[in-house]
Design a protein around this ligand. Structure first.
Ligand code: HEC
Ligand code: HEC
Length: 211
């Protein structure tokens, strides 16, 4: 009997200790991390993780936790440069970065339509998205980002419903080399091949899906 009580008490204690140590993703999102630099995500990414077009704050709710956590580490390492996110990423501990990424991934995100390559594309943006331009080695975006840009697995983020200013900022960042955090610089090659008017058109196309 005594050994059972000891076992139960020991178990409870271990649970209490591990939950005290485990970072609380929701609390970090809403109130910030343990370091003052890690300010509350909600301030810019919003209560539902929908971001804000005017600020260049991306929609992030429902994105894969692995992708989000990778971005936080990329901001820190400088393979992705952004003066707003750098001090925030630096302020988070590794454990907090993972916990807040898991919380954001669990937040609800609006559904967007799955536009497949079977559709006849209309306009410049949709043509690039569904067909690419192989005369310039630009693959169709949906081959990696999924039908309608819904995102695929943990590495290919959604584009559908994302804010146009943010989408444009990212394509420009790859173009001018301030974002070089993807495998074999595939996005860099694509962004450098796109004209300004194509960047505009594609940002309008993906941001408009599901609206
Ligand atoms: C002061 C505003 C601000 C706050 C607060 C903020 N962010 Fe951001 N966040 C941004 C901006 C701006 C970007 C876009 C950066 C860029 O253009 O590269 C961004 C981008 C991101 C991205 C990349 C998204 C993607 O699709 O690649 C992640 C992940 C992220 N933030 C996580 C967080 C987390 C976690 C917190 C809270 C600990 C947080 N942010 C707090 C402004 C903010
Ligand atoms: C060969 C695969 C591939 C193709 C084709 C591709 N992408 Fe990407 N894209 C990626 C990967 C991988 C990432 C994420 C990189 C990282 O880890 O940050 C990405 C990220 C992005 C992002 C940043 C999203 C965010 O939340 O920060 C944008 C914008 C984007 N791609 C636009 C496009 C557009 C527009 C096209 C078509 C013209 C396209 N991509 C075609 C692989 C691809």
């Amino acid at each position: 009997m005594r050994s059972i009580t000891k076992l139960i008490c020991g178990g409870l204690l271990a649970t209490a200790v591990s939950s005290a140590l485990a970072a609380d993703g929701q609390a970090i999102y809403q109130k910030g991390g343990s370091n003052p630099g890690a300010i509350a995500c909600i301030t810019c990414h919003g209560p539902e993780g929908m971001g804000m077009d005017a600020g260049g704050f991306p929609h992030i709710s429902g994105y894969p936790a692995e992708y989000l956590n990778k971005q936080i580490h990329d901001f820190r390492s400088g393979t992705r440069q952004n003066p707003i996110m750098l001090p925030i990423a630096n302020g988070l501990t590794d454990e907090e970065a993972l916990a807040v990424s898991q919380y954001i991934a669990s937040m609800k995100s609006p559904k967007t339509p799955e536009v497949t390559r079977a559709k006849k594309p209309e306009g410049e943006g949709e043509t690039l998205a569904l067909r690419g331009d192989w005369t310039r080695n630009i693959p169709e975006c949906v081959v990696c980002h999924g039908p309608g840009g819904v995102g695929v697995g943990t590495s290919f983020p959604p584009l559908a419903g994302q804010h146009p200013s943010y989408l444009k900022n990212q394509l420009h960042a790859w173009k001018n080399g301030t974002r070089k955090n993807d495998h074999a610089d595939l996005m860099g090659h694509i962004a450098r091949a796109l004209t300004e008017s194509e960047i505009d058109a594609i940002a309008q196309y993906f941001s408009g899906l599901g609206k």
